[in-house]
Design a protein around this ligand. Structure first.
Ligand code: WTA
Length: 648
């Protein structure tokens, strides 16, 4: 098979000012440790066992010291072997001995606009009460607890209560269907689940308890459902099984000992959003995960103790687990938690939240950025966004044009953008700039210190300036510990292609300066006239045209070319579609990246199928366009968008 072609040539670079660099966490650490340059930092950290051991001393605290830093028996890793640890010890317990106990952990804003400020001390009390209640219900170490809650403070409380007693949480995104929830609960054999009556989304009530009831019709392992009263709506009640959260915790003590666990005990199973196939229950463990998440938040998103930080993801996916719950709590940071939709009641809700709380750091996804681009600049322009200091992006390749828009319109050309590449499987950022790096729009820059990534061709040779398989060449702290109940799939998905090397499933290219450019998922690669092309480059070329907000590319069989390129294009607000625009866009792509990549057909649509975490489900588009069976769509966010895809 040929290597994947490289079409996109982005030349712009951005360097943070020296003044900015000097105040970053990473630069200050370098100064204290007499490290003079970025090159020296990467060089030192390439001794990765040394590096992670050193970092563990700064970020996590064991009950009992380890005997060995890392034990790597491919494909399984153990970190800090022999130690006793619990992530809640760092996330809450130790803060109770310092002033952080009085600090705000979460500023919560509901969709209808109520706000609540929760201190670390209050959070700790609520977690302890629920942890005691779970114990009373018979939940023991290693039992699974399913959590099906929206973005309300009870979601992190429930997760921490499980972790505290050594139970394993499995959070299912509240936007997923009853059947998706059921499937995951049966897979992990949950004993107890935690949900709520209803919640708000885009001004409407979503009756989550109703969905839970449907799910629990066929989940024999689930003995109890704990129900938090969020809206006060009347709900169906199954006595013996259902218990109100408030009744359960009413007389529970606010003190609960945290269970000292083996550092490698599982913390959670999280089912991957997965744009392809059946969801996998990814296993993460306590100590290594805690370390990787905390270090990356501190160094990459550069969050300071005085900052107001907002990761605008949902806790139902890994970004929220790592960067709304565990890492910010370990670092003792104040985070914003917002329940609702980004455009409710109007498309400036996010910008109003930033101005209202003087948010310093915003971490979001390319799909959200393109959504706001489509809505128009007038919405952010209504608000004072000057408190922002740094921006982040995750979830998909960020198209250079979306990067520039984010940089100029939201960051006012003073906030560096951290394009962080990572996965549910990796637990924390793997490839990302540091806030002192020179940035190139569309590039995730370099593997973070202590991580080693590469791009391999089919023969397993490192390649540069050509697309190939993105791999991670040695273990890292937040590395997954397996797929729950399916060791064969774990081996086959990640470890069979190249011996003992982690296969990420993405395609990427490394440029002359070793910067990484992610070109999309390997499953979505197109094969056109003997060339293999990543979808992301063609999509970026389309988005670089003024009128276009978002684009999705698929390949369909073509007797002459192998595959022909079909584009689904979402136009910006107020732009009208026309046959002329199709020609203009085809010419534009030819001009930007070459005739080879010119879409054969372009369709204008209002939306494309996406996962709840905002990833375009090209597999679904392809199936619909070819009139084939669509397959598992349990992770699909917007089923109505499928209707817009017509059979080709
Ligand atoms: C994609 C999300 C390009 C990639 C944390 C990866 C990205 C998948 C980036 C994992 C990025 C994530 N640039 N692509 N900065 N970040 N991806 O498991 O395809 O929901 O394999 O984890 O998202 O998605 P997941």
């Amino acid at each position: 098979m040929t290597d994947i072609s490289v079409l996109l040539k982005e030349q712009r670079t951005f360097k943070p000012t020296q003044e900015f660099i000097n105040q970053t966490n990473v630069k200050q650490w370098m100064d204290q440790n007499h490290i003079a340059s970025l090159e020296e930092l990467y060089e030192k950290a390439s001794d990765w066992k040394w590096f992670w051991e050193k970092m563990s001393k700064e970020f996590i605290h064991f009950y009992q010291p380890y005997k060995k830093v890392v034990d790597w028996k491919p494909p399984y890793v153990k970190w800090f072997v022999g130690s006793k640890y619990n992530i809640v010890h760092d996330a809450l317990d130790l803060h109770m001995q310092t002033d952080v106990q009085h600090k705000i952990a979460y500023i919560y804003e509901s969709e209808p606009g109520e706000t609540q400020k929760i201190t670390y001390g209050e959070l700790n009390g609520e977690v302890n009460k629920l942890a005691n209640a779970l114990k009373q219900l018979g939940v023991k170490k290693r039992d699974r607890v399913g959590i099906y809650l929206p973005m309300i403070p009870q979601l992190p409380i429930a997760m921490l209560a499980c972790a505290k007693i050594g139970a394993i949480h499995s959070v299912v995104f509240s936007g997923f269907s009853a059947l998706a929830f059921r499937g995951r609960m049966n897979d992990c054999q949950a004993k107890v689940i935690i949900t709520c009556d209803a919640f708000y989304r885009r001004g409407k009530k979503i009756f989550l308890k109703e969905q839970t009831d449907t799910a629990l019709e066929d989940t024999p392992s689930v003995k109890h459902a704990i129900v938090y009263r969020r809206t006060g709506d009347k709900i169906h009640w199954k006595s013996g099984r259902d218990i109100w959260w408030h009744d359960l915790v009413k007389n529970m003590p606010k003190i609960c000992e945290t269970e000292p666990l083996d550092a490698n005990d599982p913390l959670f199973y999280l089912y991957t959003s997965g744009t392809t196939g059946k969801p996998k229950g990814i296993i993460h463990a306590h100590a290594g995960y805690a370390l990787g998440a905390a270090l990356t938040l501190h160094w990459v998103l550069d969050v300071k103790p005085t900052d107001i930080y907002w990761c605008a993801a949902d806790i139902g996916w890994i970004t929220g687990h790592s960067y709304i719950v565990y890492a910010p709590l370990i670092l003792g940071i104040t985070s914003v938690l917002y329940e609702g939709a980004p455009d409710f009641p109007l498309p400036d809700r996010w910008w109003s939240i930033i101005a209202k709380y003087n948010i310093n750091i915003l971490y979001t996804s390319p799909t959200a950025i393109r959504f706001f681009m489509q809505k128009g600049d007038e919405w952010p322009q209504k608000h004072d966004l000057s408190s922002l200091r740094l921006l982040g992006s995750v979830g998909e390749p960020i198209n250079p044009e979306a990067w520039i828009w984010y940089y100029a319109t939201i960051g006012k050309e003073k906030c560096p953008i951290m394009d962080t590449w990572w996965q549910t499987e990796t637990g924390h950022f793997m490839i990302s700039p540091l806030p002192i790096s020179t940035l190139k729009p569309g590039s995730a820059v370099l593997p973070i210190p202590g991580v080693s990534a590469d791009v391999y061709n089919e023969q397993g040779e490192s390649i540069i300036e050509a697309g190939g398989n993105l791999v991670i060449t040695h273990p890292w702290p937040g590395m997954l510990r397996g797929i729950y109940g399916d060791p064969a799939r774990y081996q086959e998905t990640y470890w069979d292609r190249y011996k003992n090397i982690y296969l990420a499933g993405d395609i990427a290219r490394i440029d002359q300066e070793r910067y990484f450019w992610i070109q999309g998922r390997a499953d979505d690669v197109l094969s056109v006239s003997g060339h293999r092309i990543g979808n992301s480059e063609i999509e970026s070329a389309l988005v670089s045209y003024e009128a276009v907000a978002e684009a999705a590319i698929i390949g369909v069989p073509d007797p002459i070319k192998g595959e022909s390129i079909i584009a689904y294009v979402i136009l910006k607000n107020r732009v009208k579609s026309s046959p002329e625009l199709i020609d203009i866009l085809r010419q534009h792509v030819a001009h930007e990246i070459g005739k080879l990549a010119r879409p054969d057909r372009i369709y204008f649509v209002r939306d494309v199928p996406k996962t709840r975490s905002g990833k375009i489900m090209r597999r679904v588009i392809r199936a619909k366009a070819l009139g084939k069976e669509i397959g598992d769509i349990s992770t699909l966010a917007n089923p109505e968008s499928i209707d817009e895809i017509l059979k080709i």
